[in-house]
Write a protein of this length. Structure first.
Length: 131
């Protein structure tokens, strides 16, 4: 089996995943998934693996992620894992879409850019006084 490379984005976070035959190990930035904190995001990352079942048991994932915060990094990782699993086994596509579309389709929302005269916020404007 050839290596499968995929990527996922969420806000400012970018995750790149490499899938290959192995023993079911998942490393994120050279750290084992078991040590990924906070636990809530670890469980979120594991969702596509749980849905894949035995398909993911003999596959190794090497994931490199940077940018963003914990939540957006976890979602980017989840997206890259989901895409890699679908490239490996096309039957999983409908399973993932039925469970949660975000496993395969990126959330394209980004931070709104700040406007002039708005104190760093995107929409807040300076108050006017007419008296």
């Amino acid at each position: 089996m050839k290596n499968i490379n995929t990527s996922g984005k969420r806000k400012r976070a970018v995750a790149r995943a490499t899938l290959k035959e192995g023993k079911g190990r998942i490393t994120i930035n050279n750290k084992d998934l078991d040590y990924y904190e906070p636990e809530m995001y670890r469980l979120r990352i594991m969702e596509p693996l749980m849905l894949a079942g035995d398909t993911a048991k003999n596959l190794d994932f090497r994931i490199n992620v940077f940018g963003g915060g914990y939540a957006s990094q976890a979602d980017a990782i989840r997206l890259s894992i989901g895409r890699a699993l679908v490239k490996h086994n096309a039957k999983l596509k409908q399973v993932f879409l039925d469970y949660d579309r975000q496993i395969l389709v990126a959330d394209i929302r980004r931070k709104e850019s700040s406007k002039p005269n708005s104190h760093g916020q995107a929409r807040a404007k300076r108050q006017k006084s007419y008296r």
